[in-house]
Ligand binder design. Structure first.
Ligand code: GLU
Length: 416
């Protein structure tokens, strides 16, 4: 696992929130209403392990803000998924959902565990127990989980099944499900695809030629692997990719199709011919056009930000840059496509999946991709328009739009 330096993610995201609140002239009471999570649930998750022992894990579901609709956000299984981190990520979901204008509030869940060390049976039992313990918090019109770091469509299938054992078959209770169970086509690639749309838009604005543009991607999970693959298919020069154990680099470009096969066959990137090994730390400092952290949070800090040599940083992961790193890169004139815009494709297609489930209907892939393109492009145009008219960073613009929308609806609903 990649490691982090400090543990105050919620305060860091509050820095970005406070800046937007200041710009919008919100008074302290309103800020407090919007900053604080509305509900935090912490549960014990006892699991019978394969060797017969009982191990008790800790799980969370945090509903940050429900002004704009049912709470929505993923569930992560990761050793660092503690209450502070889940709270921070729940707040990011509030601003993300408002920015891309899907009718949801923000939430996040997590279980503090290392999913790579658990058997399939243990993961199934852990997921069922976690779901049953948070079930009263969930609802098709109340709170709808989805995958995040360390979880996937299979975990969502188990969640849906556990919930349905109590409530009757309820596909719309989670998104990111297998297509056979009512998942949306295109949901697995949606976050990566959405990232490619905003990369294309900013490249156009900055006059960066796409063909041959050099890309480095940190992370080869659901988000990183799709981002690398789609960019490679479009003719970008993907010079480096990595997973938790390290990565590979080739100045002339990697064949992502071949690399994917190698990873599937051998379980990792090591030994991939015609490429040099590169560490996760080195990858972040490569000279390239687009640096795409697509793994975990807080990988670019004040320690390495001065050495980042990318023309644009693309936050496909949630919160990969600390506010210090953000400030250093902003000062150096390096544009950052912020997480709440860049990786919103996942929750956008989650919204499409939820709608399809409610109507008991399936969209074709072309429709999903087309609507995703429309939603991502509109959000990008809003953000870049505000950033240039106010002369602020893309992140400040994105937070300002998201926070303003939530504050406005809070007023209309009569909370303020
Ligand atoms: N976990 C994803 C995110 O951070 C998707 C959430 C969802 O689809 O609800 O945006």
């Amino acid at each position: 696992m990649l490691t982090k330096t400090t543990e105050n993610t919620f305060d860091e995201i509050s820095v970005f929130f406070n800046r937007a609140a200041e710009r919008l002239g919100l008074d302290e009471g309103v800020r407090e209403l919007l900053r604080r999570p509305w509900r935090e649930l912490k549960v014990a998750v006892p699991v019978r392990m394969d060797d017969g022992r009982i191990e008790v894990f800790e799980g969370y579901r945090i509903q940050h803000n429900g002004v704009r609709g049912p709470y929505k956000g993923g569930v992560r299984y990761h050793p660092s998924a503690d209450q502070e981190e889940v709270k921070a990520l729940a707040s990011l979901m509030t601003w993300k959902n408002a920015l891309v204008d899907v009718p949801f509030g923000g939430a996040k869940g997590g279980v503090k565990c290392d999913p790579t060390a658990l058997s399939e049976g243990e993961l199934n039992r852990l997921t069922r127990r976690y779901t049953i313990n948070i079930e009263h918090f969930l609802g098709v019109n109340r709170d709808i989980p989805a995958p995040d770091l360390g979880t996937n469509a299979q975990v969502m299938a188990w969640m849906m099944d556990a919930y349905s054992q109590i409530h009757g078959l309820t596909p719309a209770i989670v998104t990111g499900k297998p297509v056979e169970l009512g998942g949306s086509v295109g949901r697995d690639s949606a976050t990566g695809r959405g990232a490619t749309y905003v990369i294309r838009a900013i490249a156009r604005d900055l006059g960066i030629s796409l063909l041959g543009a050099r890309v480095a991607v940190q992370g080869f999970g659901q988000v990183g692997s799709w981002t690398a693959r789609l960019l490679w298919e479009e003719g970008y020069n993907v010079i480096a990719v990595s997973d938790v154990h390290g990565g590979v680099y080739r100045a002339g470009g990697l064949d992502i199709g071949e690399l994917t096969r190698h990873v599937e066959e051998t379980g990792g990137m090591a030994g991939f011919g015609a490429a040099e090994p590169v560490s996760n730390a080195e990858l972040l400092e490569l000279e390239c056009d687009f640096l795409i952290p697509a793994a975990i949070d807080r990988v670019i800090t004040e320690a390495n930000a001065p050495r980042v040599q990318a023309r644009v940083v693309v936050e496909a992961a949630n919160h990969p840059l600390t506010p210090d790193a953000d400030a250093i890169l902003h000062q150096r004139g390096v544009p950052i496509l912020p997480d709440i815009l860049t990786n919103a494709g996942g929750v956008i297609v989650s919204y499409f999946e939820w709608v399809q489930n409610l109507y008991q209907h399936h969209w074709v892939k072309e429709r999903v991709d087309q609507e995703l393109l429309g939603t991502m492009t509109a959000a990008y145009e809003n953000v870049s328009g505000l950033a240039s008219s106010e002369d602020i960073s893309l992140r400040e613009a994105a937070f300002t739009i998201g926070v303003e929308r939530v504050a406005r609806v809070a007023r209309i609903r009569g909370f303020l």
